[in-house]
Design a binder for this molecule. Structure first.
Ligand SMILES: Cc1ncc(C[n+]2csc(CCOP(=O)(O)OP(=O)(O)O)c2C)c(N)n1
Length: 630
């Protein structure tokens, strides 16, 4: 079958099990071949091929609502709903989004990217459905990893209490990027090994109810019997106690088992949980045998060998640079511990964990808990380093404000993937943390220009004991510069002049420094002398340097790879206003006031005008040439 020609899931309607199996095989090949060129979330999608086909066969999308938690496993759903032909553009600029997108299809009823939101959204949709007297099914599909997220547990609690018709599909592959962790994971393990609960009793109850007059009473008796038996035979008693009817464990690669249980679920009133066992990477040997889940999200690869196609001799990833610097500090100070919300691999903390197995804590997908736990550690004199992606720190904001900063606790925030992240798009761009952290009292915010400065900043942060200290660093590879043997304590709030200039100043930090240097060189050739400052501390500002610049009334261009609203540039405007500097001309470049979609970072920079050319353009307007002045 040509998967690019599928218009909607109705093609599944008349397929028998054998045909479904063949179709599943073709879908797997399609994914393996397409993703070899584009990259993407291969492992999770290979795991849910049969599950997705079965869901679309038993239920009728979009009337029945399928909500993909995290959304990285929605590729088969996209193929079935008419988007197969776009897979060549997956996660590329203006191409198919790697996550559900309401603009793309009416079948994408809920947008995701961050985990653990689907149950709350499903509950909202269920309430709306009931208020409108509608009858469709609502099906959040959530992984065992995403289920560890606090929001999912809050929603489970509410759905069970309200007894709403919501059918939760629990996709249990025992992975959450890395091996899933936690007590809930162990509980699911017991359910997996408990064997299947025979739902025939439910059928009996349903049949008895059909017999007029006596049927109701018999059904009640059967219900009592069923309740007392359940304690002994139902593996999902945990969910049953919360008010859910449990079906499972279901073999997520066996169509007969899947279809039978989904059909039961469809007939069942109230909250239901269908516990489906799947294998991440199923059907592609390199991904199937990958215990570390390096195939969770991949770049292009060679199909035969599974070898990843990567640039040779690239400098180390920023995450490695930071975690290595931390490891060095941790050797000298045993109060240093590392905390990660389910991102040991992404944050490159494996080596830290190997060297200090008792000092690395993976708390699951639980950013709020991770932040407050770090605060708790700090109250006891420990030096927690919370490695967290910028976008996921958004989840822990109240905890940053209320628990960490207010109590002036020494938590170091290693803010990974700061700035535009590229292919993951809107839901993952790390462009808000400067604005949302800058308004928090006691917070130090910094960003290194290269790995040498990074190690000095980690050294400075681990020796700072007056409150929280954030070090931001981008996705991708560092610069490949040499690092000093001796670590330095950088004065808090100190900036660095990278290139002197007398006509104007570019204030910038992190990834945009190279562009600024480039712009300054170009302007130099045209007779404009532009200073470039590495504003490595975003908060506090280098007041002395700013006073000097503003007193001289030099035009200032601020450049940041984060949102302009409330960002670094805003803080420079505030500084001028508060200190009565009315004349300096200050312009800001940064991420505009809208969500930025997926695409390569380079393309996105061009789209939003974050380029050396644009800096040149602004500075030409702001600074007359020597000839013009003469
Ligand atoms: C709030 C949040 N934190 C972290 C992540 C990063 N992340 C993406 S997928 C994933 C694992 C999800 O595990 P699971 O739900 O079991 O899905 P699987 O990939 O195993 O199918 C994580 C931690 C995220 N998307 N959202």
């Amino acid at each position: 079958m040509d998967l690019c020609k599928i218009k909607d899931p109705s093609i599944l309607k008349d397929m028998n099990t054998k045909q479904l199996e063949e179709f599943a095989e073709e879908t797997r090949q399609f994914l393996i071949e397409n993703l070899a060129a584009t990259g993407g979330h291969l492992g999770a999608n290979l795991g849910v091929v049969e599950l997705t086909l079965a869901l679309h066969k038993v239920y009728k999308s979009p009337e029945d609502r399928l909500l993909w938690d995290v959304g990285h496993q929605s590729y088969i759903h996209k193929i079935l709903t008419g988007r197969g032909s776009q897979f060549g553009t997956l996660r590329q600029y203006k191409g198919l989004c790697g996550f559900p997108k309401r603009d793309e299809s009416e079948h994408d009823v809920w947008e995701t990217g961050h985990s653990s939101t689907s149950l709350s959204a499903a509950m909202g949709m269920a309430i709306a459905r009931d208020l409108k007297n509608q009858t469709h099914s609502i099906l959040p599909i959530i992984g065992d990893g995403a289920l560890t997220g606090g929001m999912a547990l809050e929603a489970l609690n509410h759905i069970g209490h309200e007894k709403k018709n919501v059918t939760v599909i629990l996709n249990d592959n025992e992975m959450s990027i890395a091996k899933n962790v936690g007590a809930l994971h162990s509980a699911l393990g017991r359910m997996r090994s408990a064997g299947k609960y025979n739902r025939a009793k439910d059928d009996l109850e349903w049949l008895l109810k059909k017999i007029p007059a006596v049927g109701g009473k018999l059904a009640q008796a059967a219900e009592r019997l069923k309740d007392s038996m359940k304690y002994f035979v139902v593996p999902g008693m945990f969910f049953e106690e919360l008010g859910f009817t449990y079906y499972g464990p279901v073999d997520g690669h066996d169509f007969n088992d899947l279809l039978e249980n989904l059909n039961y679920a469809k007939k069942t009133d109230g909250p239901v949980i269908v516990h489906v066992m799947t294998q991440k990477g199923k059907g592609y040997h390199p991904a199937e045998t990958d215990v570390k889940d390096k195939w969770h999200g991949v770049g292009p690869y060679k199909i035969e060998s599974g070898e990843k196609i990567k640039p040779v001799d690239a400098p180390p990833a920023w995450s490695s640079v930071i975690s290595e610097a931390l490891r060095e500090e941790a050797r000298k100070d045993d109060r240093i511990v590392a905390v990660t919300p389910a991102m040991i691999l992404g944050s490159k903390l494996e080596k830290f964990g190997e060297e200090f197995p008792d000092r690395l804590f993976d708390v699951g997908i639980a950013e709020q808990h991770a932040t407050t736990m770090a605060a708790g550690l700090a109250t006891q004199g420990m030096k927690p380093f919370l490695a967290i992606y910028s976008t996921f720190l958004q989840r822990g904001y109240d905890q940053v404000v209320h628990d960490v900063a207010r109590q002036k606790l020494n938590v170091i925030f290693g803010i990974d993937r700061a700035g535009l992240v590229g292919a993951d798009g809107e839901t993952h761009q790390g462009v808000f943390d400067v604005s949302f952290l800058r308004s928090v009292p006691n917070m130090i915010i910094s960003m290194p220009k290269d790995e040498n400065e990074a190690q000095h900043l980690v050294h400075t942060a681990t020796h700072y004991d007056e409150g929280p200290f954030a070090i931001r660093y981008p996705r991708g590879n560092a610069k490949g510069v040499k690092t000093d043997q001796e670590k330095e304590l950088l004065p808090i709030g100190s900036w660095e002049v990278l290139k002197d200039g007398t006509d104007a100043v570019i204030l910038t930090f992190g990834t945009t420094i190279d562009m600024a240097m480039d712009a300054s060189e170009k302007l130099e050739k045209e007779g404009r002398s532009v200073r470039v400052v590495n504003a490595r501390f975003i908060k506090p500002l280098d007041d002395a340097m700013l006073h000097d610049i503003m007193k001289k009334e030099l035009p200032i261009l601020t450049v940041e790879e984060s949102v302009l609203q409330g960002g670094f540039g805003s803080s420079i405007l505030e500084f001028a206003s508060e200190n009565g500097y009315t004349s300096p001309w200050i312009r800001r470049m940064g991420v505009p006031d809208r969500f930025i979609e997926h695409g390569s970072v380079q393309k996105l920079w061009e789209e939003i005008g974050l380029t050396a050319e644009n800096m040149v353009h602004h500075l030409k307007e702001m600074v007359p040439t020597k000839q013009q002045r003469a």
